[in-house]
Design a protein around this ligand. Structure first.
Ligand code: ZN
Length: 599
């Protein structure tokens, strides 16, 4: 491997904040429960079957049939040949390992070095890939040493390899080797290479794996061959050790400063599709109409459109039509001549004139009066306008970008919006999806706003608790991105210095839906997430009830009666549905209702 690449890998990991110094297996006792424990890691994995997603903290995960992976693996080998297939799988494993290292680094920034290191072996097992038993490990980052030996049992990759090809002479746990290399390398900030010395695919009963600092191995050319496809380098620079959210900033444009509140951030397909449309139309002179709910970022998109257009050097003028009283909107847009009306003591240009040569963004366009709509149409069609009270015709060269959160076509039908203006504006509509339709972007946006708000308010906050991540991922966001931004800002301000943001720092209780995401419970089955300590949950419930009832006493029969009736009401009187909500049979519910009713 060329020396330069070795440095860049290490450099990347260092920049992403390696905090480990040293540790070893002799001083690590897994029974001591030093976080992150297996239970802590398990709590980061949760299922949201209702919307088709599984999360490991803020990373979307997939549950794939082992046999489907085996099929894919076999096709890769058959079409690309063993060497290239091995490279692809090793690199994919590397990305997983680096992602998991990132998760552990962010969730347990001050974690015990050895426990943080062990977390990789536990996550690998939790993800269903392989059971890892450490024989020994020892590292000292200051001295640049790393040495570890592990046993791998139940390797999923071996299962599939052996099923397809039988026992051979080469090790086959390629993506797992990639994972170990990716995890340890990105945690330690130095290239640590793993090799499989014995493998089940070679006839051994378990796989035996050794990891060493690259320099200690001597020649790692062979290992690096599988880690260094051309596209992998691109991935490593932008994706394998992701530190910052992807900001959709075309290369031609200057990167927005960190505090810019108009950055647009996302990676989901819905977001990308809007970005593609934006890039396509930006170069033209076409009028653009942004549609979408409040808070989806219409102004940010309009600014980006201007920023990458030929008009970028000239003014971007934004007008929220709904924020200006109807009596003033015309003079605001088109300017006013002295003496036009009482109080117009001087002449002044309107927003249209100020946007000459640039872009005029008209937000909430549907609120314009029909008279203003007529003037706007003329300005669009003829490039001409007259100031209020004026007689001169002024020429303007303005690109109009409009936005609305209502259905303009319906407004036309209702006679509140000019049809000719609608057609003039609707040349190139771009729909911006609500946040709930681009949930994949929530983690990116969370991290983006966290960095930005922490910098803006001078706070040091270490991230989000698992419960906070869960709450955000499950929240409906009626106020879209703006609401997410506000929640994170509130969290940044309310959280303790040097600690993560918890649910209570962001949400008021009534904002949260009780529909739970499912987390893995202590016995490996899916359960609604608690906070991991049953006692604490009960104490909270009791406290909550005391508060709700306004006293020290919680009369159990009364509480039960209220619960029963609320469940029946919430189920529209359907006793069977109400019983399901309470975990009772219909007969049990009927009995209890009767008992409660009868005193
Ligand atoms: Zn193996």
């Amino acid at each position: 491997m060329p020396r330069q690449d070795r440095i860049s890998l290490a450099e990347m990991a260092r920049r992403s904040g390696a905090m480990l110094r040293r540790g070893d297996s002799a001083h690590f006792d897994p029974s001591k429960g030093v976080p992150p424990t297996l239970a802590d890691l398990t709590e980061s994995l949760f299922f949201s079957p209702g919307d088709g997603r599984i999360w490991l903290n803020d990373q979307r995960m997939l549950l794939i049939h082992g046999s489907a992976m085996g099929h894919l693996r076999r096709e890769l080998i058959d079409t690309l040949g063993l060497e290239r297939a091995r490279g692809l799988l090793t690199r994919a494993g590397y990305v997983s390992g680096a992602r998991d290292a990132q998760l552990v680094r962010e969730r347990w920034p001050g974690g015990d070095a050895a426990a943080v290191f062990m977390a990789g072996t536990r996550l690998h097992a939790l993800e269903g890939v392989v059971k890892v038993t450490p024989l020994s490990f020892e590292f000292d980052i200051d001295r640049g040493t790393y040495e570890g030996e592990f046993l791998w049992e139940h390797s999923s990759e071996d299962d599939e390899h052996i099923a397809a090809y039988g026992i051979g002479t080469e090790p086959a746990c390629w993506s797992q080797i990639g994972y170990a290399t990716g995890y340890v390398t990105s945690l330690f900030g130095q290239l640590v290479v793993f090799r499989e010395l014995e493998c089940r695919s070679m006839g051994a009963s378990v796989c035996r794996v050794v990891g060493r600092h690259a320099a200690a191995w001597g020649d790692v050319t062979e290992d690096m061959r599988y880690l260094q496809a051309k596209d992998f380098q691109r991935l490593a620079e932008g994706g394998a050790l992701p530190a910052a959210p992807r900001v959709a900033a075309p290369a031609a444009e200057r990167q927005a400063p960190a505090g810019d509140r108009h950055e647009i951030v996302g990676a989901s397909s819905a977001f990308n599709s809007a970005c593609h449309q934006l890039e396509r139309v930006a170069r033209t002179q076409a009028t653009v109409l942004f549609t979408g709910e409040s808070g989806v970022g219409k102004e940010a998109f309009a600014r980006r459109l201007h920023g990458i257009s030929a008009r970028a050097a000239n003014a971007f003028v934004a007008v929220n039509c709904a924020a200006i009283p109807e009596t003033l909107i015309e003079s605001e847009l088109f300017g006013v001549e002295r003496g036009a009306f009482t109080g117009a003591s001087t002449s002044r240009p309107g927003r249209f004139e100020r946007a000459d040569g640039g872009t005029l963004f008209l937000d909430e366009i549907a609120t314009l009066s029909l008279v203003s709509q007529g003037k706007l149409l003329r300005a669009l069609q003829e490039g001409e306008l007259e100031r209020v009270g004026g007689t001169r015709t002024l020429k303007v060269d303005v690109r109009v970008v409009a936005a609305t959160n209502v259905d303009l076509q319906a407004e036309v039908k209702a006679g509140r919006f000019r049809e000719d203006l609608f057609f003039r504006l609707n040349v190139f509509p771009i729909h911006l999806p609500p946040l709930r339709e681009r949930r994949d972007d929530i983690p990116l946006l969370m991290n983006h706003f966290l960095r930005r708000e922490a910098a803006r308010h001078g706070r040091h906050v270490t991230g989000f608790t698992a419960r906070a991540v869960r709450a955000l991922l499950h929240y409906g966001f009626p106020g879209n991105i703006r609401e997410l931004q506000n929640l994170v800002e509130r969290g940044v301000i309310s959280a303790d210095e040097g600690a993560p943001i918890d649910v209570r720092h962001m949400f008021r209780r009534e904002q949260l839906s009780q529909e739970a995401l499912l987390a893995i419970g202590a016995h490996g089955s899916l359960e609604p997430p608690g906070d991991g300590r049953e006692g604490a949950g009960v104490a909270n419930l009791l406290q909550h009830l005391q508060q709700a009832l306004g006293g020290e006493q919680v009369p159990l029969p009364e509480v039960e009666g209220r619960l029963l009736h609320e469940a029946v009401q919430a189920s529209g009187g359907n006793l069977a549905a109400a019983a399901r909500r309470l975990g009772l049979s219909r007969a049990q519910l009927a009995y209890r209702l009767q008992r409660a009713g009868g005193g």
